[in-house]
Ligand binder design. Structure first.
Ligand code: BG6
Length: 478
């Protein structure tokens, strides 16, 4: 279903995110027929560049970052025809009138801030003072949304001077992933899971987001951020919220976000001995973290494992283990709900140790698997075996199902539709910082040194110990 006609201005339109994700994503929506032929996308950035040069840049970007879509040659030329470009000085006066001249009446206006957060306030102010944005316009802001509570509050204040909360779309691209939304469908669309979804039946929950990449060319940003600010405060926290929240009364933006906020507020402070920080070492082929960020004395973590506790009626006593890191063994993101043992085994000790685990895979191979215990087939007596009830989406929906859209594609279409459900509200972001700030301050006070771990491993051994101490173990990363 096509969305309404729109004008989308991308500040930072020549930047990495625009070329890698935003524009190839919009092109895929164009191919699928969801982006209207009259819609316009206007790149805005500092450099002086003609519209033709911009189109060449974006054509190259689509070829580089999405070669499969680039094969739709005619389509790509039509898409490029819908692009515009204006050189704009975000902090000054230059280019704003020209940008204004590009905007049309009676279309949805959206402004994507794919720029450093230090520019958010200035751009928001100019959008209003030059008459580009009105009460119906939307602004989209990227992470990092601040680096602590104070900076996040400042950003919220500077945006809210010019825009109402209902116009502000704070992106966390994890919320746009197919499985993440499916998590809500599975939890609240079935009778099967919800009655068991609490500390009476769930032993613990594990959330792992493992990456094989290092920090690459983003060293200067990453070294001031670390895994806690880069991944935990936003992506892992959002996953935790969706897993742990109470059923909202409706699937509407504020009902969902109210419930997520309650989860963050119910998180206990984390004891230092419940956190393990790591930094990747050099391998034969790849540099160490410290070499990557060109800081031989860096104490920033590229890995984190932690045990969290949500103090509310539903989850008291059920730990949540979070783990994320770079240069790990495999690229895997998984949420695992590990259920408790059956209260009594009628099959005796020889039947072995069995537990139901619901594994929700975000990537790769998006889907869910429920481990169920059955009798081992054959005449060998009552021996038990675990088999997966597999709900891999691609297989379940068949070969004709539309390809799963990338997170950015979906989220941008939601902006045009005016649906904020999958975007973070200002108070949510602030509550998340309120929880992470004391943890980070604690490390700074104690001069905490991250443990080194091997590239291609599952992180430092201490992370294994974190689980062992509790008589549990991490799920395999594969
Ligand atoms: C980004 C982080 O938000 O998410 C990156 O800044 C990280 O450091 C990325 O690599 C992971 O996203 P995905 O979608 O590849 O899992």
């Amino acid at each position: 279903i096509p969305v309404d006609n729109f004008d989308l201005v991308i500040f930072g339109g020549t930047g990495d995110l625009a070329r890698r994700k935003i524009l190839p994503g919009l092109f895929r929506r164009f191919i699928s027929g969801q982006m209207p032929e009259e819609a316009r996308i206007i790149g805005a950035a500092r450099s002086d560049m003609s519209v033709d040069d911009y189109r060449v840049m974006i054509r190259d970007a689509v070829h580089e970052f999405d070669p499969a879509s680039a094969k739709h040659k005619d389509c790509l030329e039509r898409f490029l025809g819908q692009l515009g470009y204006v050189a704009v000085d975000a902090m000054g006066e230059g280019g704003w009138k020209e940008l204004h001249a590009e905007m049309r009446e009676n279309t949805v206006r959206a402004f994507y801030f794919s720029v450093a957060p230090s520019l958010f306030g200035a751009i928001a102010e100019r959008l209003k003072s030059f008459g580009l944005a009105d009460d119906q316009s939307r602004i989209v802001v990227e992470k990092p949304f601040g680096k602590d509570l104070e900076t996040a509050k400042k950003l919220n204040r500077s945006l809210s001077e010019h825009f109402d909360e209902s116009q502000i779309y704070r992106i966390d691209h994890y919320l746009g992933k197919e499985t993440v939304q499916n998590l809500m469908a599975v939890r609240f669309g079935n009778m099967l899971f919800e009655p068991l979804w609490n500390s009476q039946y769930v032993d613990h929950i594990q959330i792992t987001v493992a990456e094989t990449v290092g920090v690459g060319g983003r060293g200067s940003y990453y070294d001031t951020s670390g895994a806690m600010r880069d991944m935990v405060q936003n992506h892992l926290m959002q996953l935790l919220c969706l897993i742990a929240m109470e059923p909202p009364a409706k699937f509407d933006p504020d009902a969902v976000r109210d419930e997520k906020l309650k989860v963050i507020r119910a998180l206990d402070p984390v004891e230092p001995h419940h956190i393990v920080r790591g930094q990747y070492a050099a391998s034969e082929k790849t540099p160490s973290y410290r070499a990557d960020v060109e800081n031989a004395r860096s104490f920033t973590e590229s890995f984190i494992a932690m045990r969290c506790q949500i103090s509310n009626w539903r989850w008291a006593g059920t730990p949540f283990y979070l783990r994320t890191g770079k240069r790990m063994k495999a690229r895997t993101s998984e949420i695992a709900v590990v259920f408790k043992d059956a209260p009594h085994s009628i099959f005796g000790p020889e039947a072995g140790y069995h537990r139901n685990v619901l594994s929700i895979r975000l990537q790769p191979n998006e889907g869910m698997t429920l481990g169920v215990t059955i009798k081992e087939p054959g005449p060998g007596g009552m021996r038990l075996v675990d088999v997966p009830l597999d709900m891999t989406f691609a297989e379940a929906l068949g070969p004709d199902a539309e390809e799963v859209p990338d997170a950015y594609e979906r989220l941008i279409m939601d902006v045009i539709r005016g649906n904020q459900t999958l975007f973070m509200r200002g108070d949510e972001v602030e509550a998340a910082w309120r929880w992470t700030d004391p943890i980070i301050e604690g490390w700074q006070r104690r001069n905490d040194v991250p443990k080194e771990y091997d590239t291609g491993s599952t992180g430092p051994d201490d992370a294994l110990m974190l689980m062992h101490r509790d008589g549990r173990r991490w799920r395999e990363i594969k």
